[in-house]
Design a protein around this ligand. Structure first.
Ligand SMILES: [Zn+2]
Length: 272
């Protein structure tokens, strides 16, 4: 059959690229696999059976509410004239499988797994499956959005960023590299169960493909059935990107010169 990816090809890719037993931060497009035998479940099972801890973004934008007028922070990447309808916002529940469609089918399927762990951040949660899931996910909190990524960075286990059929604009760890480069993260407000919370969030990621030349020589590109995977050693990726941002802060800026999030982020982020 044409346009087919088999689960065997995924297992072979995991083993051939040395991901076995490692921490894998996965950003993915299920569509990139063409017709995948076993669907999203085949991908999860392939990583889990190879001893990996799989970490994915499981963001929920429906939980955002307007910033209270007393908390309008300067240089916060916010257009405060825009408001969210707090009535229609959904309360975040980490035990539920709620997720924004943009996250894709693989994170959505991971949230259906009984053994998964999911972070306490109402807008930008991460979820994980595998031996280190609880430990890594437990490091995230509303005011430490990249706690999980910090825990991966600091962990003694081998760790990788895998972009399966997506490009650098999907790579959330770049926001963590921005933080390591000295940028303060924006603040937003979100609805939790029975309360409204101030939370940290990342900036605009539309310009992240500008970083491609900087990470080219730490990148392994492999064909997995129909899907092209780009694999980076996690810590080296973060350090390389953070260095590039320090040397050239505008490298992360998207193509829109008026982008308020990019402009405020390049200036260093909010005055907290
Ligand atoms: Zn932008």
């Amino acid at each position: 059959m044409k346009n087919l990816t088999s689960s065997t090809q995924i297992v072979e890719a995991i083993q051939a690229s040395g991901l076995k037993n490692g921490i894998v931060c996965l950003h993915s497009s299920l569509k990139s696999f063409g017709f995948l035998q076993g669907g999203a479940d085949a991908i999860l099972q392939a990583f889990i059976e190879n001893g990996c801890t799989l970490v994915v973004p499981t963001f929920t934008y429906d939980c955002e509410v307007s910033t209270p007028s007393y908390r309008r922070i300067i240089q916060n990447g916010s257009d405060y004239s825009e408001s969210f309808d707090s009535e229609t916002a959904v309360a975040y529940d980490q035990n539920s499988p709620m997720i924004s469609r943009e996250m894709g089918a693989i994170p959505a399927w991971l949230l259906e797994m009984k053994a998964r762990a999911r972070g306490r951040h109402p807008l930008n949660s991460f979820a994980a499956l595998g031996p280190l899931a609880e430990e890594l996910i437990g490091a995230q909190s509303p005011l430490n959005v990249y706690g999980t990524l910090k825990a991966i960075y600091a962990h003694k286990s081998a760790a990788y960023l895998v972009l399966a059929g997506v490009n650098l604009t999907s790579a959330t760890p770049i926001h963590f590299a921005e933080e390591r480069a000295g940028r303060r993260l924006f603040r937003r407000w979100a609805k939790g169960i029975g309360m409204t919370l101030e939370v940290e969030v990342g900036s605009c990621s539309d310009g992240f493909n500008n970083l491609a030349p900087y990470v080219k020589n730490i990148e392994t590109s492999i064909q997995v059935g129909q899907s092209v995977w780009k694999i980076y050693p996690f810590r080296t990726f973060i350090d390389t990107v953070a260095r590039a941002i320090v040397q050239n802060p505008t490298v992360t800026h998207c193509a829109d010169p008026k982008c308020i999030r990019c402009n405020d982020s390049v200036r260093g982020g909010p005055f907290l």
